[in-house]
Ligand binder design. Structure first.
Ligand code: ADP
Ligand code: F6P
Length: 353
């Protein structure tokens, strides 16, 4: 019986388990056995092979499809960037009669898969990241779930913001990609969105726009900020600005959603001359730990089946994607070179209010 393996790597993403279930089902159908690798590329370091490889027969894989997180666990493994470690990992897999590996993860994990391909181990990548930062595909596992979590959060926040006449800063994840923020803003009617792709922005420009909303009678503006946007903010001395107000902030500390809300409060005025009570929420890891939406779980199934089919036909060096409702596979090197333009038009329209 031929054997393949699967690992999940990088930040976990909703749908990883569903993909593993689909892989196990398809492998079983094709008469292949499946090994699960524990904790991403860490499991390929050969430190503890007895524990690092888990039998993923149907018995172990069938019940996990709708679970959040990743049952195989995940990790970040810096050692794996070293070519000699990659060569040993490929040899370890060959020694275990593994003929191909499926890597479920984001951009970094795909670089790991690419390295293993160069070491002669056929790999197929499944895009698993909430960030949606793999431009060759229109969809990554977990992104839809993360957006839904953020939309729910913003809807709830807007309800209480309306009740109290309070603006609100909502920070969402995405690393250097603003897609979660942009999609959330579009879906909720948020008045302001800040994405890293929008490049340099200033605290004062946002304060002016918030003031403009207040002047128009909108006292519950939602400002959705992608976490990567803080790095694109023009220098602003949070310490100098907030210290006179008795706020606990130490010299050199960075801007955060909470501090941004505090700054905006002090820079804006309500019609009666008081400062608006600007509040903040960081949606955080609830985005990653949610159960996959139907859209993510269904893509996980399609991607898992396609990945096994490729390896069964002896084809590696590919990654799976989905665009316009169609699942496809693409050369891994080409996929990693892909660049996607930012949807500046939508960004500007949201921010034009
Ligand atoms: P993601 O896959 O979500 O983008 P990371 O960027 O943290 O997450 O990458 C996950 C793991 O992939 C890293 O911890 C490392 O083991 C592996 N990896 C990342 N970059 C490379 C690289 N250039 N070469 C080999 N392995 C890499
Ligand atoms: O890549 C997924 C992601 O959740 C990013 O959105 C976020 O910046 C990062 O991982 C957080 O990583 P960690 O789990 O190491 O805090």
């Amino acid at each position: 019986m031929s054997r393949i393996a699967v690992l999940t790597s990088g930040g976990d993403s909703p749908g990883m388990n569903a993909a593993v279930t689909a892989i196990a089902r398809c492998a079983n159908m094709l008469g292949m056995s499946l090994l699960g690798v524990d904790r991403g590329f860490n499991g390929l370091l050969g430190k503890n092979p007895e524990k690092d490889f888990i039998d993923m027969s149907l018995e172990n894989a069938l019940d996990i499809a709708d679970m959040a997180g990743t049952q195989l666990r995940t990790a970040r493994c810096l050692e794996f960037k070293q070519p000699e470690v990659q060569a040993r990992a490929a040899q370890l897999l060959r020694d275990m009669d593994v003929r191909g590996l499926i890597v479920i993860g984001g951009d970094g994990s795909f670089h790991g898969a690419q390295a293993l391909c160069h070491q002669g181990m056929p790999c197929v990548g499944i895009p698993g990241t909430i960030d949606n930062d793999l431009p060759y595909t229109g969809m990554t596992l977990g992104y839809d779930t993360a957006v839904n979590v953020c939309v729910d959060a913003v809807r709830n926040i807007r309800a209480t913001s309306r009740s109290h006449d309070r603006p609100h800063v909502v920070e969402v994840m995405g690393r250097h990609c603003g897609d979660i923020a942009l999609q959330t803003a579009m879906a909720t009617g948020a008045e302001i969105v800040i994405c890293p792709e929008g490049k340099r922005w200033t605290v004062d420009s946002i304060a002016r726009r918030l003031q403009n909303q207040i002047d128009q009678g909108n006292f519950r503006t939602t400002i959705v900020v992608a976490e990567g946007s803080w790095e694109e903010m023009a220098p602003f001395d949070v310490y100098e600005f907030l210290r006179p107000y008795g706020k606990q902030v130490f010299k050199g500390e960075p801007m955060t959603a909470n501090r941004f809300a505090s700054v905006l409060k002090r820079k804006c005025k309500m019609p009666d001359g008081t400062n608006p009570e600007v509040r903040s929420t960081v949606v955080g890891y609830t985005q990653r730990g949610a159960r996959p939406t139907a859209r993510d779980a269904a893509f996980a199934f399609e991607a898992g089946v396609r990945a096994v089919d490729l390896l069964n036909r002896g084809i590696g060096n590919r990654v799976i994607g989905r665009k316009s409702g169609i699942v496809f596979d693409e050369d891994i090197d080409k996929a990693l070179r892909a660049r996607r333009p930012f949807d500046r038009m939508m960004y500007n329209i949201i921010n034009a209010l």
